[in-house]
Design a binder for this molecule. Structure first.
Ligand code: PAF
Length: 256
C-alpha cells in the first residue's frame, strides 16, 4: 500500500472509499467490496471540519493513525491518501447545499452537517475522479444525499457491519462506557423486533440510558416520513447514550 499526501499521486482509475479515519471492521468491509470494482482501491482519511457542528465535537473525534494504516493495508487498500486542508479547501472552493432533505432528521439535530458532507465529498470526487465510490448503509441519509450529487461516479452501497450483539459499528462506539455499550443494544432490538413505528418507539423507551432523538419509518425513495401510500419502508433511529450520538436503520420491507 502506498501512502500519499497529494491527489496527483493517485491512479487515474480507481474504486474510492472516503473516510474520516478511526477505521474499524466496518471500513474494512468497504475496502474489501471496493476490490471487486477496481485493482486500484483508494481510501482517503480526512477529518472534515465543515461537517462538525462544534469545535468540541471535532476535537473529540477519535484519531488512530497507526491502526488506520494497518487496517487499510490488510483490507486491500492500494493507495491511502492523507490530504491536507489546503488541498481539499483551496481559497474560493465551491460549497454544496444539501437542500431540504439536509434539514430533517440528522440535519435537524446537526445544522449544516450535510452541507459539509456534500461539500467535502464533491471536492474528494473532483480530486480523485473515481469510477465508483463505496458508502455504508449505516449513514442512510448521507447515502441518499450523496447519490444526488454523485454525477458520473457510481455509488455502491455496502451493508452495515455489526458487533455480535447487533450494535452497528461506528468510530463513536469507543466513547461509550461499559454500561452505555450494553444499553446501546436496545437499538438493534428495536429495529429487528418492531413492526410499526409505535413498537419501535416503545422498545427504545424500555432503555432509560437511551435518549431518543428520532425513531421513524421513512419512505426510502424520498427520505421523508412514510405515508400510507409509501412502499420501501425503512426504520431510522438516532439518539444519545453517555452524550454519544448513535444512529442506525433497517429496511422494514415493502408495504402492500
Ligand atoms: O461517512 C463519513 O465518514 C464521512 O461523512 C465522509 C463521507 C467520509 C465525508 O467526510
Amino acid at each position: 500500500m502506498k501512502v500519499v499526501t497529494n491527489a496527483r499521486e493517485l491512479p487515474s482509475a480507481c474504486a474510492f472509499v472516503p473516510t474520516m479515519g478511526a477505521l474499524h471492521a466496518g471500513h474494512a468491509s468497504l475496502f474489501q467490496l471496493a476490490k471487486k470494482y477496481s485493482e486500484n482501491v483508494v481510501a482517503s482519511i480526512f477529518i472534515n471540519p465543515l461537517q462538525f457542528e462544534s469545535q468540541e465535537d471535532l476535537a473529540k473525534y477519535p484519531r488512530t493513525p497507526d491502526i488506520d494504516i494497518e487496517i487499510a493495508a490488510t483490507a486491500g487498500v492500494t493507495h491511502l491518501w492523507l490530504p491536507n486542508q489546503s488541498e481539499i479547501y483551496p481559497e474560493g472552493f465551491a460549497k454544496q447545499s444539501a437542500g431540504p432533505i439536509g434539514d430533517i432528521y440528522e440535519g435537524k439535530s446537526r445544522p449544516g452537517h450535510f452541507d459539509g458532507v456534500l461539500t467535502v465529498v464533491r471536492r474528494l470526487f473532483d480530486l480523485v475522479n473515481p469510477t465508483v465510490a463505496i458508502f455504508g448503509e449505516k449513514d442512510f441519509q448521507q447515502l441518499h444525499l450523496i447519490k444526488a450529487i454523485a454525477g458520473e461516479v457510481e455509488i455502491i452501497t455496502a451493508p452495515t457491519v455489526r458487533e455480535n450483539d447487533g450494535l452497528a459499528m461506528s468510530s463513536r462506539n469507543v466513547r461509550l462506557t461499559p454500561e452505555g455499550r450494553t444499553a446501546a443494544t436496545v437499538i438493534y432490538r428495536a429495529l429487528t423486533q418492531a413492526k410499526t413505528e409505535e413498537e419501535l418507539r416503545a422498545i427504545l423507551a424500555t432503555e432509560p440510558a437511551f435518549t431518543v432523538d428520532y425513531a421513524d419509518f421513512i419512505d426510502e425513495q424520498s427520505f421523508t416520513h412514510a405515508q400510507s401510500s409509501s412502499s420501501d419502508l425503512r426504520a431510522i433511529v438516532a439518539g444519545w447514550i453517555n452524550g454519544v450520538r448513535l444512529i442506525d436503520n433497517m429496511p422494514m420491507g415493502i408495504r402492500a
